[in-house]
Design a binder for this molecule. Structure first.
Ligand SMILES: Cc1cc2nc3c(=O)[nH]c(=O)nc-3n(C[C@H](O)[C@H](O)[C@H](O)COP(=O)(O)OP(=O)(O)OC[C@H]3O[C@@H](n4cnc5c(N)ncnc54)[C@H](O)[C@@H]3O)c2cc1C
Length: 571
């Protein structure tokens, strides 16, 4: 199954939702001229379709392989990775002083979206490198930046993110990996991390592991965590990979999906010879890691978009081809059946809605990088929505795609099953969606005493005029916020997930209404893209938004889950 990059939708969103012209009007992003942006959107789509998409099935079937010598990916992956490095796709948003192009990060988000649609498991390698660049750029010392950033930006070396340990998953504060100061500015690292994506591979000659660890006598919990750059190979006097740093992948996991992405158990300091370099302040690791995680959360949300796009394309192709039943006295292709059309339109609509939310949030992050505090607050507020709602949509759309294929969807050869299996990890990693919901009601809703959310609601109210369902859902959203404020913490957390979904639908509904307006203003009746854009927007506003009315009940009167005993659950 081939991948056709959704260039028309991507360009439409950059123009009307991100307002990229506004961004390129700023000195820092002056190079993002319309020609450059267009060349990037077209170029990365072509690249992803030609180099990454043909490897998607192979990666799923053969997967990454571990041996005591290391981890290898199937034939073809190393060459495709080198092509990515050679083409400079990793450099778009990197800082100019370290070899990046300094373009808006929204464009880098779009690059990862295309790579993820073409080959989700493979694209994780680039996504984690992008996150480590972000953490080093903001928190790394000048020395670390000079030594590591140029090669991490190009992708010559790759980066990883090491939080998880067997006893420390969602509860990062429970981690035990140790870091002892050596006395020369370095730290001796000892401990085991699990589930480390691309912790070991044969794509690049060095890996920068960003590892959370605890100093001796550090305070307990998240306040006592520091972040270290732990190389696979230490750098020699010329800044090139030298001595082995006792950072070992001891095994990789067998998983439901993303088979080509090595999920590694990493052992640091088995021979007491693993060195780390501090990033940021001692005990300030969570701050630095959050920089990386916010970037990764947005990009993981976009994985939902990627997989939804690919699953939708596959379903439409199948529905145009498969003949079943009769319509108007002749054999009918299944795309002619009302219920199949409904599923396909739902897939299109959800995919376009969440792509819009992802791009809008990335655009806010770009404005934040230009020193706009309101945009920063809005990006912070929306990031858990993109991560959780985006990945939920990825799973729903992949499931619908499988359904459109009928029995063949359950059979591996169509590829629909791979999309479904690949999609399922995204609501789990990078902070489970439950943790995103807790973050929304626990921290983000209260940003600036609630003013960040209120200003967004006010803006949406103004734009919602004429869209009855959206106006209604906005009222429900305000009532839900008031109800949450009056609740005890347990009830608030019970209501957090439905609240996150409701808020996501409100924001996506708003962005769909804006797109509908833009589409109506530009449509000359001759564009099948605009025809579908309007249909997708109407579907979202008329069908998806009203579904969210029903969430009000479970937010305003949450289930009394703590009144049931644990034994009751086990009964
Ligand atoms: C394929 C894969 C790749 C991964 N890649 C990486 C990586 O590169 N680096 C890395 O560090 N980690 C990585 N992880 C780990 C991943 O981030 C964790 O699995 C995830 O954060 C959840 O932690 P856990 O598995 O320990 O689940 P748990 O924390 O045990 O959670 C189990 C359930 O309890 C819920 N829960 C737990 N605590 C709370 C709470 N306070 N409030 C509400 N609900 C709660 C969760 O939402 C979940 O439903 C990866 C995992 C996988 C499977």
């Amino acid at each position: 199954m081939t991948y056709t990059p959704p260039v028309a939708d991507q360009s439409f969103l950059l123009e009307h939702v991100v307002k990229i012209a506004e961004l390129s009007g700023h000195n820092a992003f002056a190079d993002a001229t319309p020609d450059v942006v267009d060349a990037i959107v077209r170029g990365i789509g072509e690249f992803a379709a030609a180099e990454f998409a043909p490897l998607n099935r192979i990666g799923d079937q053969l997967g990454a392989k571990w041996s005591p010598e290391g981890v290898t990916l199937p034939d073809g992956f190393k060459q495709a990775y080198q092509a990515y490095v050679d083409a400079g796709w990793g450099t778009l948003a990197g800082p100019v002083e370290y070899g990046g192009q300094g373009l808006p990060s929204t464009l880098a988000t779009l690059v990862l979206e295309d790579l993820g649609a073409a080959n989700m498991g493979f694209s994780l390698c680039m996504m984690l490198s992008a996150g480590s660049v972000e953490a080093l750029k903001v928190h790394g010392s000048e020395d670390l930046q000079r030594l590591w950033l140029p090669r991490l930006i190009t992708g010559e070396w790759t980066g990883t993110m090491n939080l998880t340990e067997p006893q420390a998953g969602s509860d990062v504060g429970a981690l035990k990996t140790r870091a002892e100061p050596v006395g020369d500015g370095t730290y001796r690292i000892k401990g085991q991390k699990i589930f480390i994506t691309y912790g070991e591979h044969d794509l690049a000659p060095n890996i920068a592991h960003l590892v959370l660890a605890r100093l001796p006598d550090a305070p307990g919990g998240t306040k006592g965590i520091s972040l270290f750059l732990v190389p696979k190979y230490r750098l020699d006097g010329d800044g090139m990979p030298g001595e082995y740093n006792d950072a070992r992948c001891v095994s990789i996991e067998h998983k439901l999906g993303i088979h080509v992405s090595p999920t590694c158990v990493m052992s640091y300091g088995d021979d007491d010879d693993c060195l780390g370099w501090l990033i940021g302040e001692e005990n300030g690791g969570m701050r630095a890691m959050f920089t990386m995680m916010n970037n990764a959360r947005l990009n993981v949300g976009m994985q939902g978009v990627s997989i939804a796009e690919r699953a939708t394309q596959a379903a439409v192709a199948y529905a145009l081809d498969r003949v079943q039943g009769v319509r108007e006295a002749r054999p009918a292709r299944i795309i002619e059946h009302s219920d199949v059309r409904r599923m396909l339109l739902r897939m299109k609509s959800l995919t376009q809605a969440i792509r819009a939310l992802g791009y809008y949030t990335a655009g806010q992050a770009d404005r934040a990088s230009l020193g706009d505090p309101a945009a920063k607050a809005r990006a912070d507020l929306l990031t858990p929505l993109v991560k959780a709602y985006g990945t939920d949509i990825g799973v729903e759309v992949a499931s619908l795609g499988l359904q459109v294929h009928g029995g063949m969807g359950f059979i591996e050869e169509t590829g629909a099953a791979q999309h479904y299996r690949d999609a399922r990890i995204a609501p789990i990693y990078e902070g489970t969606n439950g943790i995103q919901a807790a973050d929304l009601v626990g921290r983000k809703l209260g940003l600036e005493a609630g003013a960040v959310m209120i200003s967004l609601l006010d803006q949406m109210d103004a734009d919602a005029v004429g869209h009855r369902s959206l106006v209604e859902l906005l009222k429900i959203c305000r009532a839900a916020i008031e109800a949450l404020a009056a609740m005890d913490p347990d009830d608030r957390l019970t209501a957090s997930y439905p609240f996150l979904t409701l808020t996501s639908v409100v924001v996506c509904g708003w962005l769909m209404a804006l797109q509908l307006k833009a589409a109506e203003a530009t449509d000359d009746g001759d564009s099948s893209f605009l025809e579908m854009k309007k249909a997708a927007a109407h579907f979202y506003l008329d069908q998806v938004v009203p579904e969210a009315f029903g969430l009000a009940a479970s937010i305003i009167a949450p289930a009394k889950v703590h009144e049931i005993s644990d034994e009751g659950f086990a009964a």
